[in-house]
Design a protein around this ligand. Structure first.
Ligand code: GCU
Length: 138
């Protein structure tokens, strides 16, 4: 739902710049993380109630090299190294979801690059119902 979408270009950016030169982004642009470890985007997320939620990152990685990032919620790391693999072109945007527990009201969700290549280009965070990340059993 649009109310649960948070544009990266409106978030708090450390070591990154807002750009709009690769088509297909939502909102007015995307964040190009600097190519260093530790570059980050922090979203201010409001949750109606406490509980589990999915955090879906819309991103592009026009290289063939993974651009892993850690994901932290309210200052606590929930995924130390989430893969953001290549999407084949900077104009090809894909989504990756992780689950986390939010508290009612104000939360922070921070995605920080963990390698010297920096993060991918990040378009948006969407917050929704938790997703099933378990592989199917036989
Ligand atoms: C290119 C591309 C940028 C991207 C960068 C990178 O310069 O145009 O959008 O962020 O590569 O490798 O991080």
């Amino acid at each position: 739902a649009p109310g649960n979408d948070y544009q990266a270009e409106d978030a708090t950016i450390s070591q990154g710049v807002v750009e709009s030169n690769h088509a297909g982004f939502t909102g007015t642009g995307f964040v190009n993380y600097d190519n260093v470890a530790g570059s980050s985007v922090e979203f201010a997320v409001n949750a109606a109630s406490a509980g589990p939620a999915s955090l879906t990152f819309r991103y592009a990685n026009g290289t063939t090299t993974d651009r892993p990032m850690s994901v932290a919620v309210n200052g606590t790391t929930v995924v130390a190294s989430q893969s953001f693999p290549g999407t084949s072109a900077w104009t090809n945007w894909q989504e990756i979801s992780v689950n986390a527990t939010l508290r009612a009201g104000a939360n922070t969700v921070k995605a920080t690059s963990t390698t010297a290549t920096g993060g991918p280009n990040l378009d948006r965070l969407s917050v929704g119902a938790p997703v099933d990340t378990q592989p199917p059993t036989a």
